[in-house]
Design a protein around this ligand. Structure first.
Ligand code: CA
Length: 229
C-alpha cells in the first residue's frame, strides 16, 4: 500500500512541526500550511488522504474551508483541531462534514490513533464501494456518491452515502441508530443519533418517490432503519 498523504493546516509553527515530525515518523507523507486562505486550494489541488484542520486560522477559518472543499466534492476525512468550548459547540451544531475533532491541548499519541482509525475506515469504505446497484427504478452508485431515480441523477453527501452503505449491507434487516453511528462516525459520542435521523430525512428526499411514505428506507420502530430493496 502506498504511503498516505496527510495535510496539516495549523498556524502555530511549533505545533505544526510536532505534528509533521510525528506523522512522518509513523510513515505518512506530510504536507502543511499555516494560512487559511491557502488551505482550500491546497486541499483541492493535492487531494490528501486526510486533513488535520485547525479551526482558528489567519484568513479563512476551518469551518469556511471545510464547507468550501466539501461543496467542491472533496470526500477524504477531516479532523478538526479546536481550542475553545464555543468552537466545539459550533462543530457539534453545524454538520459540515468533519469526521472527528480533537481539543487542544491534546496528546499527539491520541491524535495519531484517531488518524489511523479514520484512514482504516475510509480505506475499507473505498475498497467496498465499487458497486452500483439497481432496485427497480432506483440506481444507487456509491462509488460516485450518486443516486438515479427514473433517470434523474442526484448526488449524495458523504454521510448520506456512508449511511446508505451500512443499510445496504443487510437489506431488509433493521439497523440500529447506534450501529449506524458506530460504523459511519466511529463510535464516538459525537455526533448524536439526531444526526442519523437528519441524514435519513435528506436521503429519503433523494431516493423515495414519496418521502413521507418511504418504500426503500423504512423506519424500524424504536430501533433505527432498514433498507427494503
Ligand atoms: Ca490556530
Amino acid at each position: 500500500m502506498s504511503k498516505e498523504t496527510i495535510l496539516v493546516v495549523e498556524d502555530e509553527a511549533d505545533l505544526r512541526l510536532i505534528l509533521r515530525n510525528n506523522l512522518q515518523f509513523v510513515g505518512y507523507r506530510v504536507l502543511e500550511t499555516g494560512d487559511g486562505d491557502e488551505a482550500a486550494g491546497k486541499i483541492l489541488g493535492e487531494r490528501p488522504d486526510l486533513v488535520i484542520l485547525d479551526v482558528m486560522l489567519p484568513g479563512r477559518d476551518g469551518f469556511e474551508i471545510l464547507r468550501d472543499v466539501r461543496g467542491q466534492g472533496f470526500r477524504a476525512p477531516v479532523i478538526f483541531l479546536t481550542a475553545r468550548a464555543e468552537e466545539r459547540d459550533r462543530i457539534a451544531g453545524l454538520e459540515i462534514g468533519a469526521d472527528d475533532y480533537v481539543t487542544k491541548p491534546f496528546s499527539v499519541g491520541e491524535l495519531l490513533a484517531r488518524v489511523k482509525a479514520i484512514l482504516r475506515r475510509s480505506g475499507a469504505a473505498a475498497s467496498a464501494s465499487t458497486d452500483r446497484r439497481t432496485f427497480g427504478e432506483l440506481v444507487i452508485d456509491l462509488e460516485r456518491y450518486a443516486v438515479e431515480r427514473d433517470g434523474q441523477k442526484t448526488s449524495l453527501g458523504f454521510f448520506e452515502a456512508e449511511i446508505l452503505r451500512v443499510l445496504l449491507e443487510t437489506p431488509g434487516e433493521a439497523v440500529s441508530r447506534a450501529r449506524i453511528l458506530d460504523e459511519v462516525w466511529g463510535g464516538d459520542a459525537f455526533p448524536t443519533t439526531r444526526a442519523v435521523d437528519n441524514h435519513i430525512l435528506s436521503l429519503r428526499k433523494k431516493i423515495e418517490p414519496d418521502p413521507a411514505n418511504p418504500r426503500h428506507i423504512q423506519t424500524a420502530h424504536r430501533v433505527g432503519y432498514r433498507f427494503v430493496p
